[in-house]
Structure formats: structure tokens, C-alpha cells
Design a protein around this ligand. Structure first.
Ligand code: ARG
Ligand code: ZN
Ligand code: CA
Length: 352
């Protein structure tokens, strides 16, 4: 089996709210991260409905979005900031949203984090994304209307209830144009800079077509995330768009490639006498360990893969040998995380 290449993109979500309804829940934020991970891995359920002529062009972009676990000062974080603003008209889409001194929230170093601001927008705009090299360095990122972020809570109004506004804006952030090209006029003569997306002239705003439709000469890829199609009818990035996004990543946003924003923060606050001991590392089949602790209460033990996804999670007692069967898990680098209340101990584990 060939291994999937994945690029981790550390994300910070800045919720800037005026009335409390705009202060969306952590769960709603997580639902958006899930959508990004599905859409950028060709893992969404709409993929199956893509017409046969485009099936071979569907890209697994290979981006994995993780809410930051480490903030710019190296402290552990939820990857979410919350700021109440006095702007009640809609700070979304303004320059002010990027600045704490103007009622918004300062970006975390955009070289290390994808900054996503969520707020109310004046008017009906769903979101904006900065193209590489466009706009001030400290305003890089994307902004999404709180009514279109995630898949529940404040974001339940079709056609923008499936989190695709954010998918679309992340596309812009990695230099993707709309399918009809950068300028929106003379579009049948204009290209989006991507070879495998057909030239088209129709934006499919508020539409959900089916079958083959034309606006120029070749069938339109109306289900592409870079149209204005309804959320429920968008499904894919193309292989050419994937290449263009990697170009943008390598040339403009390369800092993301070695960001430590999603790494676990080593704990210093662990109680005296508490210790996580791994007996034999690298590990072949059985991961043997012991947690030494003054308190007898159970610990949560997680084995987390490089994508931040737990492959094993169970409660285990301290001061007794523990053995985890690692044969079902692919070889590689993992983190063993033992946590109890505020204490978290992290050890690197290598499965061979
Ligand atoms: N209007 C926004 C833009 O041009 C995004 C529209 C996204 N469409 C959607 N179905 N969510 O950037
Ligand atoms: Zn757009
Ligand atoms: Ca094209």
C-alpha cells in the first residue's frame, strides 16, 4: 500500500462577536474543521455524485487541518480565541477585524498558522480569503460569516449550511481563482490558471445543477468548490488545482510546512513523582508501559498518530503494568498521551 502524503495545516479560529449568538460554540468550530478535512482529502459524501467525465480529475489534496495545540508563545491552546467587539454593524470583511486595537483580534503569525476569523458581516457576504501576496502580512487569512461556519448552530440555513464557504476561501488562500477566471468579464476567453478545469462563464450562484451543463465550449465543472454553487452541490478540487495549491504552499506559505502549531506541548506542571515509563521503544507488537503516580485514580491513555488522530484510547490504572496491542496500527511515529485532570504527559512512540 502506498502511503498518503499529508500536510498538516495548523489553524487558529478567532471568534470576534458582538451579540452572544455570534459567539459560536467549540463544537460548531470543530464541525468546520471536519468539513475542511473531508473536502481536502476527497472524503466528502457528495463525491459519488460527480459525473463520470470528471471522476478522474478528483484530487485528494492531502491537507489536514488541525486546531492549534501550541500558541505563538509555546503555551498549550485550544486553537480558538474569543473577543467581544463593540462593532455591531459587522466587523467581518473589514481591516479592523485583524487588529486587537480596532475591536478585532491580531493574527497569530501567519507564517505558522492559518488564521480564520469568524464574525458577523454587514450585508450578505459569506466570506473572504486573502490570495498569497495580497494585502498586509498581518492580515493574511480568511474571514467567514458566523452564519456559514460549520454545519450546525448558527449555520443551519441552506444553501450555506455545509461549511463550504470556508472550503472555498481556503482555496483562495492557496491561490485558487474562481473557475470563470480572475476578472469575471470576458470569461470564455479567460482562464483560472489551472489546466484541467474547463473554461467556463457561469458562476452557478444559488444553483444546484445536475448532469452536463455548458457556459463556454466544454462541459462545466459546476461541482467544483471554486464556483458559487450551493454547498450541497459542491464536491471537488481538481488535480490541477491541487498542483496550484502546492505551488502557493511552497512559494508563499512555506512556513506552514514546518510550523509546530499542532505539536503537543510538553508539560511542566506534572505532579512530583508522576512518571510515564515506556518499556521498550521502538515498539514491535506490544506497547508496554507503566504510569507511576501518587494518586490511584485512572488515567486516560491515548495513542495519537501524526495526524493528531487517536488510534487507541482507554482509561488505565496507575502503578500497574499496561500492555497495548499495536499490531492493528500502521508503522510510524505516534504520541502516547496520558492525562488526568490538568496533568498531561506526552511521550513519542515509534512503531516498527
Ligand atoms: N462569495 C464567496 C466568495 O466569492 C464564497 C461563496 C461560497 N459558496 C458556497 N456555496 N459556500 O469568496
Ligand atoms: Zn470566491
Ligand atoms: Ca482552467
Amino acid at each position: 500500500m502506498t502511503e498518503r502524503m499529508v500536510v498538516n495545516i495548523p489553524v487558529v479560529v478567532h471568534v470576534v462577536w458582538n451579540s452572544s449568538v455570534e459567539n459560536i460554540s467549540n463544537e460548531q468550530i470543530l464541525s468546520q474543521i471536519d468539513v475542511l478535512n473531508e473536502d481536502f482529502s476527497a472524503g466528502n459524501i457528495q463525491i459519488g455524485g460527480i459525473p463520470a467525465i470528471f471522476q478522474a480529475l478528483i484530487a485528494d489534496v492531502g491537507f489536514h487541518f488541525c486546531l492549534a495545540s501550541k500558541d505563538p508563545s509555546g503555551n498549550s491552546t485550544t486553537g480558538i480565541t474569543r473577543t467581544q467587539t463593540s462593532n455591531n454593524i459587522g466587523i467581518g470583511g473589514t481591516s479592523a477585524i485583524h487588529h486587537s486595537s480596532q475591536g478585532g483580534h491580531d493574527a497569530w503569525n501567519p507564517d505558522k498558522y492559518l488564521n480564520i476569523w469568524v464574525a458577523k458581516f454587514a450585508g450578505g457576504i459569506g466570506g473572504v480569503g486573502s490570495f498569497p501576496g495580497e494585502g498586509p502580512a498581518d492580515e493574511q487569512g480568511i474571514e467567514i460569516n458566523y452564519k456559514q461556519f460549520g454545519t450546525f448552530g448558527t449555520a443551519t440555513n441552506p444553501p450555506y449550511h455545509l461549511g463550504r464557504t470556508c472550503t472555498h476561501e481556503v482555496g483562495h488562500y492557496f491561490n485558487l481563482n474562481h473557475l470563470w477566471g480572475p476578472s469575471a468579464n470576458s470569461c470564455c476567453n479567460e482562464d483560472d490558471g489551472v489546466a484541467d478545469t474547463p473554461v467556463s462563464c457561469e458562476d452557478y450562484l444559488s444553483e444546484c445543477p445536475s448532469g452536463t451543463t455548458f457556459s463556454c465550449t466544454a462541459p462545466d465543472m459546476w461541482m467544483n468548490f471554486m464556483n458559487y454553487t450551493d454547498d450541497a452541490c459542491m464536491a471537488m478540487f481538481s488535480l490541477g488545482q491541487k498542483l496550484r495549491m502546492y505551488d502557493a504552499l511552497n512559494n508563499f506559505r512555506a512556513g506552514l510546512l514546518n510550523s509546530d502549531g499542532c505539536q503537543a506541548v510538553a508539560t511542566e506542571e506534572q505532579a512530583v513523582g508522576t512518571e510515564l515509563r515506556i518499556l521498550g521503544n521502538p515498539v514491535r507488537a506490544q506497547l508496554n508501559l507503566e504510569i507511576r503516580s501518587q494518586t490511584g485514580s485512572p488515567w486516560k491513555l491515548e495513542l495519537v498518530n501524526m495526524l493528531g488522530i487517536p488510534v487507541f484510547c482507554e482509561a488505565k490504572m496507575a502503578n500497574a503494568p499496561v500492555s497495548i496491542d499495536c499490531q492493528p496500527f500502521p508503522r510510524g511515529i505516534y504520541f502516547l498521551v496520558a492525562s488526568q485532570n490538568e496533568t498531561r504527559i506526552v511521550k513519542r512512540v515509534i512503531l516498527i
